[in-house]
Design a protein around this ligand. Structure first.
Ligand SMILES: [Zn+2]
Length: 144
């Protein structure tokens, strides 16, 4: 198993991605929506893997736009865009913003540009079901 750890600029939100893939076999996508372009976001996910997101109390701000089905997690402290999460059928799934958490192993990779503007809500959920990864979000207690 590969375990990749990262965190936002200030460290209030920490992530760990667990995957059976080698890091060079993980995708690196450049979503072309207005939000992702503004952040220079490059996302990765492994639907067979697992993402653990741990935030200090109150550190995770959630931003929604467009279809309103996605929570974009932003650090309340340093402003970094960390991950996007979506709940489907009671299951949390996510993609991780690689530069946002400075995830190791992606240096020098050319991302694949992605344009999703014309998707219907159903198409969006179906696409993510095959690509986004299972995730858990926990808020730590201050002493943890
Ligand atoms: Zn932060």
């Amino acid at each position: 198993m590969t375990e990749l750890a990262g965190h936002c600029h200030c460290g209030a939100i920490r992530v760990e991605l667990t995957t059976a893939l080698a890091v060079e076999d993980l995708p690196l996508r450049a979503c072309q929506c207005g939000f992702c372009r503004r952040h220079g976001a490059l996302t990765t996910s492994d639907p067979e893997g697992w993402l653990h997101i741990e935030a200090a109390p109150g550190a995770a701000n959630r931003y929604r736009f467009g279809l309103g089905i996605t929570d974009f997690l932003l650090c309340a402290e340093c402003g970094v865009y960390v991950a996007a999460t979506m709940e489907t059928e009671g299951r949390l799934t996510a993609v991780l913003n690689v530069p946002g958490v400075n995830l190791p192993g992606f240096e020098g990779r050319a991302p694949s540009p992605m344009i999703y503007d014309d998707e219907t809500p159903d198409e969006r959920v179906a696409r993510r079901a095959g690509r986004w990864m299972p995730a858990v979000f926990v808020e730590t207690s201050p002493s943890a």
